[in-house]
Design a protein around this ligand. Sequence first.
Ligand code: ASP
Ligand code: MG
Length: 410
Amino acid sequence: MALVVQKYGGTSVGSVERIRNVAQRVARTFDEGNQVVVIVSAMAGETNRLVALAEEISEFPNEREYDVLVSTGEQVTIALLSMCLQSMGYKAKSYLGSQIPMLTDKVHAKARIKSIEDKYIRKDLEEGTIVVVAGFQGTDGEGNITTLGRGGSDTSAVAVAAGLKADVCEIYTDVDGVYTTDPRIVPKASKMQKISYDEMLEMASLGSKILQIRSVEFAKKYGVVVHVRSSFNDNPGTLVTKEDTDMETVLVSGVAYNKDEAKISLLRVPDHPGIASQLFGPLSEANITVDMIIQNVSHDGFTDMTFTVPKTDYKKALGIVEEVSKAIGAGGVKSDENIAKVSIIGVGMRSHSGVASTMFETLSREGINIEMISTSEIKVSCIIAAKYTELAVRVLHEAFGLDRQDNDES
Ligand code: ASP
Ligand code: MG
């Protein structure tokens, strides 16, 4: 008998009909002789609706009450799914995060899981009950509800799987796995059979919304194998798992892009110690995360500094940089919102050289100008003009041999 953890995202439980489908799948897994713990998100769109309500009632909603509010979406779906399973003749029981309890720190809206009590869940499972757990939420153990950040039910699922030492953690979503790139741009993109934790972390930080970053960190830390798959068909999905040697034989395993950043340059900055901290200090105090940074070689004691920030923080960042520019006597500020970041990712880069230069050559062959570059051990990212995003993704996908051959199955 295996212990299976299954997580269903918002679109998979987006209507009563779909909740019935989920119940069928859960029941089938149970009938195959497994113990089953199910984690669910709120119905599609519900958490957004709740967040909008909070913002409508107050410009700065109190964080404790924000969590009380936005955690309610999951309370609806655990009850509906449990009722549905019961009406099909199964024993099922729902739990809120605070009833388990799933203990977290006190940081509202982005709490981290500290520990999970398994005593009730174990007892239920032994009695043949299907356990249905609300994703996205926990408690600080002192009477306060906490939530784990948007997309957090992935993390709930991985944490429950780690805590119960489950045999598998299946994440059901509306895509049937992780693809080599966005299939809407490259129809020849293919589904990966498996991807390493590190590659998946890069994908998530580059804007892939398939899994919450923290859930991948958690899976890596506790060695939980995550199976990302579709709730709308029975195709095998993608395994997120530890690195193995055949992953390294592939140079690049995926191409990602992200249009959510904007670029800001501070021009003719006097080049002396402390300048970078005068600029990035105020940005970090304003909770703005800076991604790429370039500082040019200085001529005659002056330099240019260029960096990227999330588009959502662009206006705020620009205001701060303009202030700084005046304060330090810089030459002015230039900015551009119409940029994109295209990236290639692959653990194979650790052991192969020339990957970055192939990327640069490929882009230059298409006349695409590279404005900024950043690299990590398993990733190279370039900032380019947004209008070339699709072209860049297509040519890179082809250049690294990722286009699916027509006789290929997956
Ligand atoms: N319902 C929450 C959200 O929309 C959690 C999740 O779906 O993972 O962010
Ligand atoms: Mg999600």
